[in-house]
Write a protein that binds this ligand. Structure first.
Ligand SMILES: [Zn+2]
Length: 270
């Protein structure tokens, strides 16, 4: 694996909601295509804290892709082909347990995959088995968690297929497992980033408590979007601080796991 690539258009990426466009200084748009199809939107590249940062709206520029219809493989591959080796992934999640509350920002350290109809891998032939015991980059996650004293470090994110929210019984079941957060986009995004030898950290904003955890009518989409909008500036500040302090990705286990392995898929620029 080479060191920082002087030909890279961007080193760091943020995959998030469209409200994040504003935090890129002088963004330029890159229309992209990949062997897996087009990503959710053109990739915007600009400067943040002295780094070249790519921004991709996960759900599309007009929020046209629901979680189960996002082309996750195209999104990560497009970013990697621009040179990105570190990915910060803000997402909206529900809280499952009392230790989190709406408005909290959590950097999870574990993931449970409960999706069912997504293509979770670039591996389509041969024996390539991704190490995923620790699904998030520990160095990147620690940097994000240290960027703001209000951030909660650690937690288990269960990722469901969606697009519907959970039933009360499902949500009580997830909470009873000890899982902390519930979302719809964290998988396969984290696994695909690892396959492309990228460091990846989720940055989860708790927008509501999940249906079975709270009395009342359960989650509404309006309250999720409203809380996310109120917290965008705070998330931008947190990400900007973290981007200014990111560790060198060279030598990280997110990349070195593939040393000596005959990968059966192409990593652009590798
Ligand atoms: Zn890493």
């Amino acid at each position: 694996m080479s060191g920082s690539d002087p030909g890279a258009v961007a080193e760091v990426a943020v995959i998030g909601g469209s409200g994040f466009y504003a935090f890129l200084e002088d963004p330029e748009e890159h229309m992209m295509d990949t062997p897996y199809g087009a990503p959710s939107a053109p990739v915007a590249v600009g400067s943040v804290a002295g780094r070249r940062v790519a921004f991709l709206p996960r759900h599309g520029a007009r929020h046209e892709f629901p979680p189960h219809r996002i082309n996750y493989r195209a999104n990560l591959w497009a970013l990697r082909s621009l040179g990105v080796r570190q990915v910060l992934a803000p997402c909206a999640v529900g809280g499952l347990r009392d230790e989190v509350a709406p408005g909290d920002v959590v950097v999870p350290d574990q993931l449970v995959d409960r999706t069912s109809r997504r293509i979770p891998s670039y591996v389509e032939a041969g024996a390539v088995h991704l190490p995923f015991a620790d699904p998030y980059c520990p160095r990147l996650s620690a940097t994000v968690a240290a960027a703001d004293p209000s951030v909660t470090a650690g937690g288990v994110l269960v990722v469901i297929e969606g697009p519907r929210f959970s039933t009360r019984a499902e949500s009580r079941h997830y909470a009873a497992q000890g899982w902390t957060l519930i979302g719809m986009t964290g998988h396969p995004e984290a696994a695909l980033a690892r396959e492309l030898r990228q460091c990846y950290s989720a940055v989860a904003l708790v927008t509501d408590m999940d249906a079975g955890v709270e009395t009342g009518s359960g989650v509404s989409q309006a309250e999720v979007f409203a809380l996310f909008a109120r917290n965008i500036e705070r998330l931008k500040g947190l990400l900007t601080t973290a981007i200014g302090r990111l560790p060198d990705p060279d030598g990280c286990s997110c990349s070195t796991w593939a040393d000596g392995i005959d990968l059966t898929y192409e990593i652009p620029g590798d």
